[in-house]
Design a binder for this molecule. Structure first.
Ligand SMILES: Nc1nc2c(c(=O)[nH]1)N[C@H]1C(S)=C(S)[C@@H](COP(=O)(O)OP(=O)(O)OC[C@H]3O[C@@H](n4cnc5c(N)ncnc54)[C@H](O)[C@@H]3O)O[C@H]1N2
Ligand code: MOO
Length: 418
């Protein structure tokens, strides 16, 4: 196993050990944001019948061919058809049918003229009235064709498609009420550290609150997974081994934070090595060099570093892609834009650096990016206030103010096209 690998190599390594979860069937509403695991077919034509797109009058366009301001064509209104009803009669020459939006087009009609541009000669425009048309209408005007959106038996959503809220409506209209989608991974979220106390507690001497667990569980949720926060584990090889072994049996993915470095009390690497196969220990990124990955009984186990920003960015770069692959998503790169950096950026560490930063757009649409003042890997605050990270490539090349840099957007789906 190489000592330190690049972020891209790490992502590839992780993804190569991740399988898509089996499909499960959910109600169409719960399919929103999920990936379809099979082609989904409409049981009927959508819409099932040709219908009017306007409230107006239905007739054949040919009846109005000669209509003009000077010589309007007058027709008798022989019936009225609201949405939900049908007109089964015959529309003779000199006749039309009053029709409402959504009502089936009478078999004899091919066009609809909205009532705002129709004159009433006698009556109130309803059945028994006489109405006038002062212009011809186009064949098929204001008619929505049967099967315009889907034909009976047609695949309307394909395996691998992400169902969005509009898709939920589309599927419902096609009679698809149960949808096979790839499963959501159950993710055990484990904090490691004898110094940790729960957020409801006030830390005593040498103690800090366990914040990683909550951030990481939120990250899991946002990535589509189902987090299960486990009790904090003290810095003990045996204690950690027992917890990881049990979690790997019950869950689809085990995520730890802390104890990933080389200190005297850092045990995630030896635990994964002991229980299964240790595949990665270190990635060329800052923050977040200490990134452990391996398999325990075939379950992926990822050990993030303890420092909050290092854990968070390790998650975004390496764990989120894994959880997305499990759910059938196919894009794993965070959306990236170029922007001018507003200040000089020094580069003392040759690792790839992800600077927490804020991207803004000026009145002309030009993007500018400003790094957060405090880049300590021990802080969540600057991430809460940032909307991107600046990617400073490997090496020691600094960056002048005004230079164009690559920015990876946070809190945006990988499918976003910029
Ligand atoms: N000799 C060296 N020491 C360290 C190196 C190094 O290269 N050589 N790397 C440093 C870097 S960078 C990081 S990141 C950390 C990663 O180490 P660990 O994963 O073992 O992290 P811990 O030591 O357990 O914790 C680091 C830091 O984060 C706090 N922490 C831990 N868990 C939580 C939590 N759940 N919620 C909030 N904060 C947490 C912990 O108290 C420490 O302050 O190693 C450096 N050392
Ligand atoms: O993993 Mo550390 O800085 O690289 O936080």
């Amino acid at each position: 196993m190489p000592e330190m690998i690049s972020v891209e190599e790490a992502r590839e390594l992780v993804l190569s050990h991740i399988a898509t979860l089996p499909a499960e069937v959910v109600s169409v509403l719960d399919a929103a944001g999920r990936v379809a695991a099979a082609d989904l077919h409409s049981d009927i034509d959508v819409s099932p019948f040709s219908h009017s797109a306007m409230d107006g009058f239905a007739m054949r366009a040919a009846q109005l061919e000669t209509a003009s301001e000077d010589a309007p064509v007058e027709l008798d209104v022989i019936d009225e058809v609201p949405a939900g009803a049908t007109f089964d009669g015959v529309i003779g020459e000199g006749q039309c049918v009053r029709i409402m939006t959504g009502a089936p087009l009478p078999a004899d009609a091919d066009s609809v003229v909205k009532y705002e541009i129709v004159g009433v000669v006698t009556g109130d425009g309803k059945t028994g009235s006489r109405v006038s048309f002062s212009a011809p209408t186009k064949l098929g005007s204001n008619v929505r064709a049967a099967g315009e959106e889907a034909k009976a038996g047609e695949a309307v959503v394909h395996a691998g498609d992400i169902v969005n809220p509009a898709g939920v409506g589309f599927l419902a209209g096609c009679g698809v009420v149960e949808v096979p989608v790839y499963g959501r991974p159950r993710v055990a979220v484990i904090s490691i550290g004898s110094e940790l106390v729960e957020p409801i507690q006030v830390p005593g001497p040498g103690q800090i609150r366990n914040s990683n667990c909550y951030a990481l569980a939120a990250c899991v949720r946002e990535a589509g997974g189902v987090p299960e926060i486990l009790p904090t584990v003290e810095d003990s090889f045996e204690a950690l081994r027992d917890v990881v072994r049990e979690a790997a049996k019950r869950c689809d993915f085990v995520l730890t934070s802390g104890g990933a470095s080389n200190g005297d009390f850092d045990f995630i690497k030896p635990v994964v090595d002991d229980l299964g196969e240790l595949l990665m220990t270190s990635v060329n990124m800052r923050p977040g060099k200490a990134q452990t990955f391996g398999l325990v009984d075939g379950t992926p186990v990822f050990g993030l570093p303890g420092n909050p920003a290092a854990a968070y960015l390790g998650f975004q770069m390496l764990v989120r892609p894994a959880l997305r692959k499990m759910q059938g998503f196919q894009r794993f790169e965070l959306p990236q834009v170029k922007a001018r950096v507003t200040e000089y950026l020094k580069k003392k560490d040759p690792r790839r650096i992800y600077l927490r930063a804020t991207l803004t757009k000026d009145a002309d649409g030009a993007l500018a990016v400003t790094p957060a003042k405090n880049q300590s890997s021990g802080l969540f605050g600057p991430l809460q206030q940032s909307n991107c990270v600046i990617l400073m490539p490997e090496g020691l090349q600094p960056c002048e103010a005004g230079e164009v840099v690559d920015c990876l957007l946070l809190d945006v789906n990988e499918e976003t096209v910029l």
